[in-house]
Design a protein around this ligand. Sequence first.
Ligand SMILES: Cc1ncc(COP(=O)(O)O)c(C=O)c1O
Length: 406
Amino acid sequence: MQTLWDHRYALRTESMSSSVIRELLKLTTDPEIISFAGGLPAPSVFPVEAFKKAAIRVLDERGSEALQYGTTEGHKPLRDWIVEYSAQFGININADNVMISSGSQQGLDLIGRVFINPGDCVLVEAPTYLGALQAWNAYQADYVSVESDEYGMKIDALEDAMRVGPKFIYLLPNFQNPTGRTMSLERRQQVVEIAQRYGVPIVEDDPYGRLRFEGEHLPSVLGLDSECTDLACKAPYGGNVIYLSTFSKILAPGLRLAWIIAPENVISMLVKAKQGADLNTARFTQMTTAEVCKDGFINKHVEVIRKVYRERRDTMLDCLDEHMPEGVKWNRPEGGLFLWVALPEHIDTTELLNEALKDKVAFIPGAPFFPGGGGHNNMRLNFSFSRPELINEGIARLGRVLKREL
Ligand SMILES: Cc1ncc(COP(=O)(O)O)c(C=O)c1O
């Protein structure tokens, strides 16, 4: 049906594509489909009881405050909590460096809004997070992709790409979406050094860093930035990194609650952009979450999540061993929500998905994660959402589909 709106869309909508993931998730509402497609946390780990108690306490004690508009920067006690929480990972900032956002997805959009002019080049890993591309496509960003291996961005490829003069580098150092890969400490240090040398700032997106099942926690790129390493320094952070993290994967994504750490002047600009977007993130949610977080709840709760996800990752790895035909390869992430599969070159996973859906199993094809092309024979599998028995059945189905295709 035609309406008067049809010829009035802004030019920027031409570069806005609908997320393949969202479109697919629509298909996977069929309860018979076992979906490894979405990046959904396990509902069984949502701390429903803790939120119930905290919400009642907030409403009983400060109900009218919680239901009022709030400051754009965010609820101060929650920002203070983030300062304290970050300190345990060597990130020394103060509350003026912190802004609360309505999900990290909003953080990415606001970064696009304040930094990206049409045609500006953003340096990304190949593959990279699709949601960031979606956010920045709306601002007509161009991308230069840097080839990655199991240790993260390849450093010589990064040096080459820096010559293009990117606006900023976008990094996902921990249990990356989509691959589940973790950037090694050496590469993190090298990226910080190269960024410094070329005078290019870094956006570090870290939703999964706490979900490590094995191995040592690695310092964030923000933590490696020299501005952040002086423990005695109580001055605000004034370095070259904007760091994003979220409550989505350590509490629940339905909260739509996340935070941005940045130099004060960047925070001021992001605040201006956020005012135009939503005035402030839901105050009731912020106050309830601050109540849940106090007294070390998160550190205890991530142990629960890690245990459940580790078991699911191991189940998926065992099932892949059992059911995948020869020529299929996959990695073994040390944490997070995803693993990454490589099929023989001649297989196109977007076409394969149609076949898989007939057999009632879903995954995300690799290609959309590569803005510069590639990934046609890769797929992302999520292991956090499905219970182990469903992982077993789903991977068996996928194995049958692949045996047929190969
Ligand atoms: C790398 C990355 N960044 C950002 C987000 C968005 O997170 P949020 O739920 O906080 O909007 C996700 C969600 O899956 C993600 O994987």
